[in-house]
Design a protein around this ligand. Sequence first.
Ligand code: DGL
Length: 280
Amino acid sequence: MLGQENKKNIIGVFDSGLGGLTVLKYFLHDNPGYNYIYLGDNARLPYGEKSPETIYDYTREAADFLFTAGCNLIIIACNTVSAQALRRLQQEYLPSAYPDRRILGVIRPLVEAIARDKKIKSVGIIGTKATINSDAYKLELKKLKPELRIEQQATPLLVPLIEEGWARKPETKMILKKYLRPLKAKQIDALILGCTHYPFLYKEINKIMGRRILVPQPGEIIARSLVDYLARHEELGLTTPANPTCKFYTTDDQRLFKDWGEKFLGSEIKNLERVKISEL
Ligand code: DGL
């Protein structure tokens, strides 16, 4: 069994790249007292176009890295991984490799928030191809609110545009409109941003959807659900140290991670290292 003894009171946050920083930003705001390690597998992004098997293999390597680094709990900030690999990690990998640690995803908290809101009778979901093809949001939503009308739309061009630094370009706004207007025409009450990168386009998306359609900020909901989870799971041994730390790792170029990452995180990235997590 791998490194059972080295729990170091750390919350790991994993994403295929920079997008998960939009989630970490809210963790640092709502749960500021904890130690965090953020890992972005930028070298192998995008995950959203890859097969479930590859997504699982990559994520297992990331989890090994984070648990070996001492994380008690890993939050998978990536929607694609939450949709395609989370269940298998929880059922196959965790019980044999790290039975006393936990891995959580981002789909459940978002789904619960939508299901709780009585005014929402129909919902749209946008995400990568892998997330939409998995039907993960749809299946979870149907379990909690069978009467909900669900409209899904894969929006695969958005991640590369954001990664290219084209988020504010008129071309991106045009593509957003192409994707979102058909959803809007379906009279949805809310839109789930089912991808880590989309909060970066929050203002533009909100504007296109108009006042009537609720667009929850995913990071806000996920951070609130983490507060609640930590309060209910003292056995994980996560406490708030006197001098909490936040460490960043990327599998690709550090300078790019820092430059772009600070835009996603909204604050300075210190304590950053490049790391190799692949077994290949
Ligand atoms: N992090 C991914 C997600 O939330 C988007 C980027 C990728 O495709 O790897 O789905």
